[in-house]
Design a protein around this ligand. Structure first.
Ligand code: AVJ
Length: 302
């Protein structure tokens, strides 16, 4: 963490890995974002999963279900009911959150063995050995457009790696948010209640705690802007003044107006996403969309 933070702070513009946003408080704030009226992604995708559950389950077929970045694991319910997989594996960076999610999910679906693995899934090369996983085909579930946190180059490398982790016969059901009206996009990442801003500022609080930082969160203004040339929302904390901050044993100075990028959220139209997936060895085998065509669920096969 110390090394990644130093590398990110030395970049121009400064940018920290998005998974750092998800300490216990960050995970709680992200769930609150999902309930804001401006942030429709979670509601829309959940409704789509529920409405298309029989088709999605039939298209996925048999295998152990592996979810990347499971969070509260509230989206996988319909698939678990329809598929009754030999096991469900939840991967997430936030340990306490993951534990609670798995316990709650196991109670709701007693017939499916639930395994939780706390990790940065983008750095995971293989699943640990486990009797429930050996000799089983693996189905990936990667909802929420979380892959949008990665640059297109990183996303391509990640899809390649997920294919290797899932192994022969792998299938991947992935949720992708699409470009839409700029006003809607910017409002989704800067809600009126200020939850998105609190989520970003919580990163500074986390760094103060975990890496002996001296950030004053109030000395940074939150900004979420659509960057059309990159088809992404850029979320940043912008220094309100010239200031120097201690972090990880070093001093970092910010000019007035200098941003610290907290995350990007890249949006892909279906054609662009399938081209990216193809470069990583995946073929599109199905696409489901909501009535407004705001987002897609893509089924990828190897
Ligand atoms: C979890 C990456 C999908 O980009 O929409 C939402 C993160 N950050 N609001 C997104 C997020 C602020 C979210 N992902």
């Amino acid at each position: 963490m110390r090394r990644l933070v130093r590398e990110g702070m030395a970049q121009q513009p400064r940018q920290l890995p998005a998974w750092l946003l998800y300490d216990a408080e960050g995970s709680r704030l992200f769930e609150a974002i999902c309930e804001q009226p401006e942030y429709g992604l979670t509601r829309t995708e959940t409704a789509l999963l529920e409405a298309r559950e029989p088709e999605l389950a039939a298209a996925l077929g048999e295998g152990v279900l592996v979810e990347f970045g499971a969070g509260n694991a509230r989206k996988v319910g319909p698939l678990l009911e329809a598929l009754q997989p030999p096991a469900y594996v939840a991967l997430d960076i936030s340990a306490d959150h993951l534990q609670q999610s798995c316990v709650a999910l196991q109670a709701r679906h007693p017939a499916v063995p639930v395994l939780g693995i706390c990790c940065d899934y983008s750095a995971l090369r293989q699943l640990p050995e486990h009797p429930l996983l050996s000799g089983q085909r693996r189905l990936g579930f990667y909802p929420g457009s979380s892959i949008g946190n990665f640059s297109p180059e990183e996303a391509e490398a990640l899809l390649l790696q997920l294919g290797q982790l899932l192994g022969p016969g792998a299938r991947l059901l992935i949720g992708i948010d699409q470009p839409k009206a700029v006003a809607r996009l910017e409002a989704a990442y800067n809600d009126a209640a200020g939850v998105s801003a609190a989520f970003a500022r919580n990163l500074l609080i986390r760094l103060n705690r975990d890496l002996a930082g001296s950030f004053n969160p109030d000395a940074f203004a939150y900004s979420a802007r659509w960057q059309a040339e990159h088809s992404r929302i850029a979320m940043a904390l912008v220094s309100r003044e010239a200031q120097t901050v201690q972090l990880a044993g070093e001093a970092w100075s910010f000019a007035v107006g200098e941003p610290l990028i907290t995350e990007y959220s890249v949006k892909y139209d279906p054609v662009a996403f399938l081209a990216l997936a193809a470069r990583a060895g995946w073929r599109g085998a199905g696409r489901w969309s909501d009535p407004a065509d705001d987002l897609s669920l893509h089924l990828l096969v190897t």
